[in-house]
Design a protein around this ligand. Sequence first.
Ligand code: UGA
Length: 446
Amino acid sequence: MKQIAVIGVGYVGLVTAAAFADLGNKVIALDIDEGKIARLKRGEMPIYEPGLEELVRRNVHAGRLSFTTSYSEALDGTEFAFIAVGTPSGADGEADLRYVEAAAKSIAQNMTAPLIVINKSTVPVGTGDWVADIIAHNQPEPIPFSVVSCPEFLREGSALSDFMNPHRVVLGSTDKEAAEKVAQLHLPLRAPIIVTDLRTAEMIKYASNAFLAAKISFINEIANICEELGADVEEVAVGMGYDPRIGPLFLKAGLGYGGSCFPKDVKALAHMAEEKGRHPQLLHAVMAINADRRTMAVERVREMLGGDLEGKTVGLLGLAFKPNTDDMREAPAIDIAKALIDGGAVVRAYDPIAMDNASKLMPNVTMCADPYALAEGSDALIVVTDWNEFKQLDLERVRDLMKQPVIFDGRNIYDPEQMCRLGFRYRAIGRPSKCAEQQSTETASV
Ligand code: UGA
């Protein structure tokens, strides 16, 4: 049994802490937010993540997981300290490292024995060396330590299974012995372990997220072209995905990527390149295409409602940036609602779990009790998040409740042919309309 401290109990920190505890280690998770720690001690989760509450409860009960706000308690007798604090975007897209800096200083001031500091937060390339400097300069007396980069590849909504079944574990350090010890912690996960230098490990994280974001923007660009040429992007993606050089994942066209990672990381990578005088043209195109998705959704609905949003009631099916999370960070719903309201529409919404978070960000949007209450009296619905429960709706009931049967499916969750048969005016992303009447108007207008 190893003793581990985890600094920061956000998505990454809490999942890391609970998972390492479940692997049989003794873990103390620290956060400077007293409210969060008090809630965790009462068994309440500060975030929604499937399976997390049960995992935390089980490991607290077994005495392997505890919470504190005290660095001296967290570092007492520990050999490993994971840093998993937030790195929000600064004004120019650069990562804001104030929380990493504060954690590094506190570690330096409170460590009493040799320590391996492992950075899990996504940090600009070079941060590991900077953290080592901060620790060295803030220790009251020199105690040996090493810094290892171990970027996380967890997705919200499946973070626990991603942690327990990683495709790879990346470790970066100049101290091979420290990297080897961190590798030992990960052995039960039976994943390939890549040991490299600090900067390369940090870069692997940015390059991976930027590549995935590029894949999404690529298929969204293809969707735009499909719409003009009468091809179906869903089938194009399947046809492309069988090629192992391309792969089927992250080829889902829609309203673009959101969340706390891709938007921030692509921006930060571009910023790092520009600081060094490079011109990251592809990264800028990825971001521009993504921003356009939100404007496009509003324009489509405006067209479907005869060119004017004034006085129209538009319902958003889904608010979270993706299903299975209540996270609203960089969610397309925010920009879409704002643009609809600016255009004169009345906006309402329903989301299975994100409405509490969303109402703080969207005070002018009325939240509805369920999808049918949302449909009632709406001139149009937009599928913003592809929650499974929206795929099972009683669509005839939805149609009968709506003022006008208009649906813009921003996540391609419905079958265009069926929607047409049911009498909806329906448009999706990168898919031709299957309504003969709509097709003929579209052809006529070309
Ligand atoms: C992402 C990465 O997938 C993780 O590997 C990484 O660890 C994490 O960022 C991070 O850096 O912490 P996450 O942001 O939780 O994870 O969400 P994803 O499931 O990757 O989805 C991101 C966004 O892309 C969502 O808005 C989703 O709707 C969108 N997306 C995803 C698409 O539009 N199309 C796709 O085909 C896939």
